[in-house]
Ligand binder design. Structure first.
Ligand SMILES: [Zn+2]
Length: 310
């Protein structure tokens, strides 16, 4: 019995040790607020303040990717109150990146239009960042669509590099935006239920990414999580962070996550926007079907949101 107990102790110890080495970088898209079109500036101020406070309380590093069209007023001039939302992220010690001006889809619009939208998307944020002695370093493709062809992808990648950007990859991609949509539309009394379902869903997405990581690399690499700035995460991020900690994660920056050699793996993906684990896996010879059957947003959430999780 004692030997069994000892073995168990060692086993549990090893599992803990393994779990404690998990790392994740937190990234937010669609700053200042994914629901900017449906919310007043005052509402966005409340969301931003609450989201940043919960990021601080959870002691995470994070980067936020901005769509500048949501920083302008009706006359297409920078709206000081909206621009101040981005300053709030920087004041909180968080980094910001470019997510195109108007959330364009490279696979739809092609490289010419997309490159113009990249440039237009840094009109306000580049001077803001540089005034603080920082650099605008990261770019995230809307919909994770990095080009319908490798030609498009490589051309835009080279364009980004020339302007000083690195592409922000994602390994824990998910349909959390559907939850965000449902959260906004739901009755107030449904919100706690949606938050609870959201944490369960994200736990499943983590589990999926961890297993795909072991499949592709034979180990768990530092993950990069995609989230959106909005009311749901303003209310639920602390619970989400607790779930991640419970799985043994500690929080790192995007620089540190992408410094892992896995992120330099071959990637010949062209087509629909998928996560980087699938891109590396397929480039390494795994069939695409090994990345299907990923956890889906429950139907009742899709129904409230009026959006399909495909
Ligand atoms: Zn986006």
């Amino acid at each position: 019995m004692r030997r069994v107990a000892l073995l168990l102790t060692i086993l549990v110890g090893t599992l803990r040790l393994e779990a404690a080495t998990r790392a994740v970088a937190i990234t937010f898209d669609d700053l200042p607020d994914i629901n900017a079109a449906d919310e007043s500036v005052s509402e966005q101020e409340v969301v931003t303040t609450r989201l940043l406070a919960s990021l601080r309380r959870s002691a995470v590093a994070a980067i936020g990717f901005v769509n500048e069209d949501n920083l302008s007023d009706e006359n297409e001039q920078p709206d000081p109150r909206r621009v101040a939302l981005i300053e709030q992220w920087l004041d909180g010690g968080f980094e910001i990146g470019n997510h195109t001006f108007s959330h364009q889809d490279l696979n739809e619009v092609g490289a010419d239009v997309f490159e113009r939208d990249i440039v237009r998307g840094e009109t306000i944020i580049r001077p803001i960042v540089e005034r603080r002695g920082m650099k605008l370093r990261w770019f995230r493709h809307p919909y994770l669509d990095t080009g319908k062809t490798l030609g498009d992808r490589d051309r835009v990648d080279a364009f980004l590099k020339e302007r000083g950007y690195r592409v922000g990859p994602v390994t824990i991609d998910n349909s959390e935006w559907i939850y965000e949509l449902a959260y906004l539309k739901a009755h107030y009394f449904q919100r706690p239920l949606i938050r609870r379902s959201y944490i369960r869903y994200m736990r499943d997405r983590f589990e999926f990414a961890e297993s795909r990581s072991r499949l592709v690399f034979g180990r768990e690499i530092p993950q990069v999580l995609l989230l959106h700035a909005g009311a749901l995460n303003a209310d639920a991020f602390e619970k989400l962070a607790a779930m991640m900690r419970g799985r043994g994660y500690h929080f790192i920056g995007l620089d540190d996550a992408t410094a892992d050699p896995a992120y330099a793996s071959a990637n010949s993906w062209a087509g629909g926007g998928v996560g980087w684990l699938e891109r590396w896996g397929v480039a390494g010879g795994l069939p695409e079907r090994r990345f299907e059957n990923d956890p889906k947003v429950p139907l009742w959430i899709q129904r409230i949101a009026g959006a399909k999780d495909e």
